[in-house]
Write a protein that binds this ligand. Structure first.
Ligand code: PLP
Length: 397
């Protein structure tokens, strides 16, 4: 259902906890789960009018449901967006956003550093329908300027990127998009709206894999797009017809999880910063990357654009893939998993998992080296996280 909410007059933390337009749910204080596939009409006329979009109301959970509407409403306020649509996964959100707005003969210019499945959508799936793509580099903004073509319809970027943690100046990119009349679509999964609000900086659409920090405890898959009314109208039409919608149960989880987003993110970021500081310069590491470390190459931009450095760091172990594998197998506390944004610390080897479908050369271009490990720093005590990583480095030597 369309939600026309801007940032309220309340602080971010309050908007995480309170839904701006709290609804009546039989006087229950916590929103119940509406496990219903459809809704009753009070009359034949009401059914007709709802389908004709003359009046608002839930019809069918593929279109809307009180739980998905609550989640969307909260995310619109947190991101400063007009409207949104919630999906069964982050990838469903990305694919729907692109497919709804781009047609055969159009071109999408994207950051080269992208989550593996986003890369596959652009390079393998959309070209089957005559949608062209090319890549530009986050740390070379001029490549975006040069990359825009006459038929470019959309700029799609991940900032910070997965797993390389590269960023781009969103305010600058927003101006470029406006000047060229193209839609700027931003994957804000790594930052969350607590750390970065792309719409305020000039983006038209923002998406999240809600599976990550929005859930925060590794329980549910989901995604969301929020953005400008006119674009969301097209996206809603596409999504209502094609049916990638989020389930009410998962929407309920995400709405509840948003209540603790700011508290969790503060701790994730504090732990990540401390771990990055401890690991920097370690004899067994080729590099440590974290946006709020002064050694980070876009440090000034990170400080300007992001409230905190985020919950992820990357390390490159000396000894390449063999050492990275050994490192993972020496872990006692942290988990080997492809997910991130969990309360539990997770370490991922992107080149053999999330980005394994890319060629060696494609991985090289975005710095996904064989020895690179992505650490999603959890909410355990920092001393336990640090000793876990240090002991795995020692044991794997
Ligand atoms: N975008 C980013 C940056 C991701 O890291 C991921 C998943 O890891 C996705 C999108 C896809 O999200 P999902 O797994 O919920 O489909």
């Amino acid at each position: 259902m369309a939600k026309k909410q801007k940032h309220g007059d309340k602080q971010f933390e309050t908007n995480c906890v309170r839904t701006p337009t709290e609804k009546e749910h039989n006087r229950s204080h916590s929103t119940p789960i509406y496990m219903t596939s459809s809704f009753r009409f009070d009359s034949a006329e009401q059914g007709r009018a709802m389908f004709a979009e003359e009046i608002d109301g839930n019809i069918y959970s593929r279109f809307s449901n009180p739980n998905t509407s609550e989640f969307i409403e909260k995310m619109c306020v947190l991101e400063g967006a007009d409207d949104g649509f919630a999906y069964g996964s982050g990838m469903a959100a990305i694919f729907s956003g692109m497919a709804a707005l781009v047609s055969s003969g159009d071109h999408i210019l994207a950051s080269r550093a992208l989550f593996g499945s986003s890369y596959q959508i652009l390079t393998k799936i959309l070209p089957r329908w005559g949608i062209d793509f090319s890549f530009a580099d986050l740390d070379d903004p001029s490549s975006f300027e040069k990359g825009i073509r006459k038929n470019t319809k959309m700029l799609f970027v991940e900032t910070p990127s997965n797993p390389g943690l590269d960023i781009i100046d969103l305010e600058w990119l927003g101006t470029l998009a406006k000047k060229n009349h193209v839609t700027l679509f931003v994957d804000n999964t790594f930052a969350t709206p607590y750390i970065q609000r792309p719409i305020e900086l000039g983006a038209d659409l923002v998406m999240h894999s809600a599976t990550k920090f929005i859930d925060g405890q590794g329980r549910a898959g989901g995604g969301i797009i929020v953005g400008k009314t006119d674009l969301m109208k097209e996206i809603r039409f596409f999504s209502r017809q094609t049916g990638p919608s989020l389930s009410p149960f998962n929407a309920w989880i995400f709405s509840k999880s948003l209540e603790t987003l700011s508290v969790r993110l503060e701790k994730h970021c504090e732990n990540a910063f401390q771990l990055a500081e401890k690991l920097e310069g370690h004899r067994d590491l080729e590099s440590v990357k974290y946006p709020f470390l002064p050694s980070y190459k876009q440090y000034e931009l990170a400080k300007k654009q992001m409230k905190l450095g985020g919950g992820l760091i990357t390390i490159v172990v000396k000894g390449g893939f063999d050492r990275a594998k050994k490192f993972l197998d020496c872990m006692n506390l942290a988990t080997i998993s492809a997910n991130l944004g969990d309360s539990r610390t997770i370490v991922t080897h992107p080149s053999s998992t999330t980005h394994s479908k890319l060629t060696e050369e494609e991985r090289q271009q975005v710095g996904i080296l064989p020895g690179l490990l992505r650490i999603s720093v959890g909410l355990e005590h920092i001393d336990d996280i640090t000793s876990e990583i240090l002991q795995s480095l020692d044991q794997s030597a």
